[in-house]
Design a binder for this molecule. Structure first.
Ligand code: ASP
Length: 436
């Protein structure tokens, strides 16, 4: 049988009605065998995510204070789900155990993982499925990375007939303590389960129709992307397109398992399918951008003739423990683009250190930069893409601060003032929307 792994996000499982919808989706195909749930998310914009409440509970309890409030809300949320689904399950007993351990660990991981754990138990009961606790079958190594022995051990555990529910977001360290993936990490669990079970497809069910060519908050009617490669998606996710956790691509990429983004509220919508390779129809498949960058600009006459100059500059960043994102260069100039949250307040110190160590003519720090990625496999050897992009920005009166095209010719990166970010994305989208 062609087994399918399905991951359901927190908003798709926010209450009993949502869970009923999810149950119908799962039972509508015999191939949907491995189910990876998130913790219940927000029911509306004023609501709280269960995971956020668990982090709060840990924070209060670890200080030895009374965490009555988050505990009460969590009991009510899960209690309501269990009673509306008429499930024979003593969820309060599980929550009692969590309460006993609330502030016990050095990190919040155990507490944060309990939303997925409890929801997994509920969904397994609801589907009459086997509950598989990832604490026993998903392993991290000492450095906190996934131990690849997981694939075989988990795969063996998931053999046999019927449905399996594997809660998302966590596994265990070599000493047996619980460790979580980064926030939104149930997507990663889904990918690991798909790989371990050799699923033919990884369905990622969420509350949107898939990826759009641009963020719908900026371009309200942006077209949905039917098909995109892992690599294109990674370029867009890196610039803030966040339907799917970008680390979830790796487990399935190696095994070539497609990821299908689907909408729980509109299951018939074709969604977006993420594949290893595709035949592009047009040059651009998506545009994504983010503010919050700074740029260090370095000038030195005859820089190109000085061996080891770049190395010296980068050694300064290394000493300050600051990672960099892009480095466009000219003959006598280098610009280094860095995320503000990585740079912190080290900018002026780094500028001084580069001046001293590299004997430069000028080093300046520019803040308030936004970076925009225009991505598409079809750009490769397609003449006129950069011309169209630049003229769209010129017409929108946007000044391009920096421009960079990788040698893979599938991504043109531009830097603009943060205040021009939305205007730029809109104008680039309009320029490429119908260029097939
Ligand atoms: N519940 C976790 C979070 O809120 C993990 C997930 O939903 O994927 O980040």
């Amino acid at each position: 049988m062609s087994a399918v792994t399905c991951k359901f996000g927190g908003t798709s499982l926010a209450d009993a009605n949502c869970i009923k919808k999810v149950r119908d989706i799962i039972l509508s195909s015999n191939n949907r065998r491995y189910i990876v749930p998130s913790a219940p998310g927000k029911r509306d914009s004023n609501d709280k995510k269960i995971t956020d409440l668990l982090y709060l509970w840990y924070e209060i309890a670890s200080k030895g204070l009374d965490a009555h409030e988050p505990e009460k809300i969590i009991r009510e949320r899960f209690g309501a789900i269990v009673s509306k689904l008429s499930l024979d399950i003593d969820i309060n007993k599980d929550i009692d155990e969590i309460a006993q351990n609330a502030g016990k660990f050095d990190t919040p991981d155990y507490m944060a993982s309990r939303g997925e754990y409890l929801n997994g138990k509920i969904i397994a009961k609801c589907l009459n499925a086997t509950f598989v606790d990832p604490a026993k079958y998903i392993f991290f190594n000492e450095s906190g990375f996934l131990d690849t022995k997981t694939y075989n051990i988990l795969g063996e555990q998931l053999q046999g007939s019927g449905l399996f529910v594997i809660p998302g977001f966590y596994g265990s360290m070599p000493d047996g303590t619980i460790k979580t993936f980064p926030r939104g990490g149930s997507d990663i669990t889904g990918a690991i389960v798909a790989r371990a079970t050799k699923s033919v497809l990884y369905e990622n069910w969420t509350d949107v129709d898939g990826f759009c060519m641009a963020d719908p908050k900026i371009v309200p009617n942006a077209k949905r992307i039917d098909e995109i490669t892992y690599q294109e998606l990674r370029e867009l996710s890196y610039m803030g397109a966040t339907v799917l956790h970008d680390e979830s691509i790796f487990p399935v990429l190696e095994a070539g398992i497609p990821i299908h983004i689907k909408n729980t509220n509109d299951p018939e919508n074709p969604g977006t399918i993420i594949v290893k390779s595709r035949l592009p129809k047009g040059p651009v498949c998506g545009i994504a951008g983010l503010g919050g960058f700074s740029m260090i600009n370095i000038e030195k006459t005859f820089m190109n003739k000085e061996k080891g100059f770049g190395l010296k500059v980068l050694s300064v960043l290394d000493e300050f423990d600051v990672p960099w994102e892009h480095m466009p260069t000219g003959i006598d100039t280098i610009s280094i683009i860095i995320r503000n949250n990585e740079l912190g307040n080290k900018g002026p110190l780094i500028v001084d250190a580069i001046k001293k160590r590299c004997n430069t003519d000028e080093v300046t720090l520019t803040k308030g930069l936004a970076m925009i990625a225009t991505v598409g496999l079809g750009m490769n050897h397609h003449i006129g893409v950069a011309a169209r992009l630049c003229s769209a920005l010129a017409q929108a009166h946007v000044n391009i601060r920096v421009i960079d095209q990788g040698s893979s010719e599938m991504n043109i990166l531009i830097g603009v003032d943060e205040s021009d970010l939305n205007k730029s994305i809109k104008s680039i989208y309009e320029a490429f929307e119908d260029w097939q």
